[in-house]
Structures are given as C-alpha cells and as structure tokens.
Design a protein around this ligand. Structure first.
Ligand code: PEP
Length: 253
C-alpha cells in the first residue's frame, strides 16, 4: 500500500461528460508512471462513466450519506457509489464540514457505511488559519482525527489520511515544508498509537492544499508525505499529470 505515492484528484462540483476526455488522458498516461498510484474522484454523475473509461486509475466518490438508505432526497449512499464503480470515498473534506455543517458523528457514520460497502476511505483533516495562528493547529487536527479514525484491523488496506490546511485549499497558499513535516509526523504518531507501528506504516498521509506541478516535487519529498489530494490542478489532465510525473520522480517513490 504505502510503497507508492498516491495522487488523488478531487474534481469537486466540476465536470460534465465533456470532462471524460481528461479522465481518459489521465488514465492512458498513468500507465507510463507506475511509480505513482493515481486516482480521481469525479462528481457522482460521472463516477460510472469514468469507471468505464479507466483501466489504470482508481475511481472514488467525494462523499456519501451517513445512512444506508431511506428518505433523503438528493442524497447518495455508500452502496450506491460502490455500485457505480467507486472504490474509495473522500470523507470529512473541509468543504463538507463547512458547507454542510458535518459533525464528527456524521463523518463516523459515513465511514462505517462506506467500509461496509467495501470502499476505501480518504479521511480529511485540517485546521483553519485562525486555529493555526493561535498555535493550536496540531492539537486541533489530532482531535479531529481521534474522533473519526475507524477502529478497524485492515487500516493498512482501507485507510488513507489527507492533511489539508483549510486556508491552503484553493487559495494558492501552501503550508511551509517545516509545518507540513511537523503535522505529518504528529499524525503518524497518532496512527502508530491507534493501529500499532506496523499497520500505521502502511497508511499513507496525503497533503492537500494548492498542490500544483510547480510545487509537487518539493511537497512530495517531505518526510511522511505519502501523496497529494489535488483539487484545482486535477481539472486538466496536463496539470494533474505534471503532479503525477513529479510523484514518480521523487526519491521516496
Ligand atoms: C481539495 O479540495 O482537496 C484541494 C486540495 O483543493 P486545491 O488543490 O484546489 O487546493
């Protein structure tokens, strides 16, 4: 699991069928950069179509509902995204926490259903600028994770953590290498405590927040950075593949 950097594109609320050509281009090129594991999370409406196009890359969903089924107009369950072809789901993204007031309890319920549906999880965490400026970033992120890390034996196969400082998402700002290294080290410590060092070593910790081809190599070379969760730069195959190339060229790769 942990031997290859994991580069995941989060398309957010972007993409119609016209974007399928980008998915195809990413998939074809990913076959040349096997040192990196590549995946995209398109909007729900494209999961099935991207799944049918893709031979090499992983396909995931950006969220799922906290219930298995029922009267939730407009919502989508974990089993539905799995049925459409998703192999993983991103949960706890800061945009979901902010826009939909998602609580840790809801995120935990989503994690449970997603695991039951056979999905892998990318669990997001990250502090706001105000929290960082108060000097509370590490304590905040560890508290967020402690509340949501699933108690599972197969965390090595099923779990990825994404550290995404909220103030770095979509802003063009990135955390300093020193701050990224310190946060990833702290997260690794918590994963060691939770799952034991052997299993923890297999759980990749991604960095997310304005990762682009120009800064990817530096970020991906930071100790404990096992890949990147990429928003804006994943929307064109050219920029996303620039990150994939950087990942396949980093020394850890
Ligand atoms: C994200 O939303 O997960 C993200 C990292 O976005 P961006 O790369 O655009 O900052």
């Amino acid at each position: 699991m942990a031997d290859r950097p994991y580069i995941v594109g989060n398309w957010k609320m972007n993409g119609t069928r016209a974007m399928l050509s980008e998915a195809r281009a990413i998939d074809r090129a990913a076959q040349r950069y096997m040192k990196a594991e590549v995946a995209v999370a398109p909007p729900y409406t494209l999961i099935h179509a991207v799944h049918r196009e893709a031979e090499q890359i992983g396909i995931g969903a950006q969220d799922c509902h906290a219930d298995v089924d029922g009267a939730h107009t407009g919502d989508i369950s974990a089993a539905m995204v799995a049925d459409a072809g998703a192999k993983f789901v991103i949960l706890g993204h800061s945009e979901r926490r902010a826009d939909h007031k998602e609580s840790n309890a809801q995120i935990n319920a989503k994690i449970g259903h997603a695991l039951e549906a056979g999905l892998r999880i990318i669990l997001c965490c990250g502090e706001t600028l105000a929290t960082r400026e108060k000097g509370d970033a590490e304590a905040f992120v560890l508290k967020q994770l402690k509340a949501s890390l699933p108690k599972i034996e197969d965390a090595a196969e099923r779990l990825t953590v994404a550290y995404e400082p909220v103030w770095a998402i979509g802003t063009g700002k990135t955390a300093t290498p020193k701050d990224i290294a310190a946060m990833h080290k702290a997260i690794r410590g918590l994963l060691d405590e939770t799952y034991g060092p052997e299993v923890s070593a297999e759980v990749r910790i991604l960095y997310g927040g304005s990762v682009k081809p120009e800064n990817a190599k530096e970020i991906l070379s930071i100790p404990e950075v096992g890949g990147a969760l990429v928003g804006g730069a994943s929307l064109s195959s050219e920029s996303f593949l620039g990150i994939v190339v950087a990942a396949s060229e980093t020394e850890e790769a």
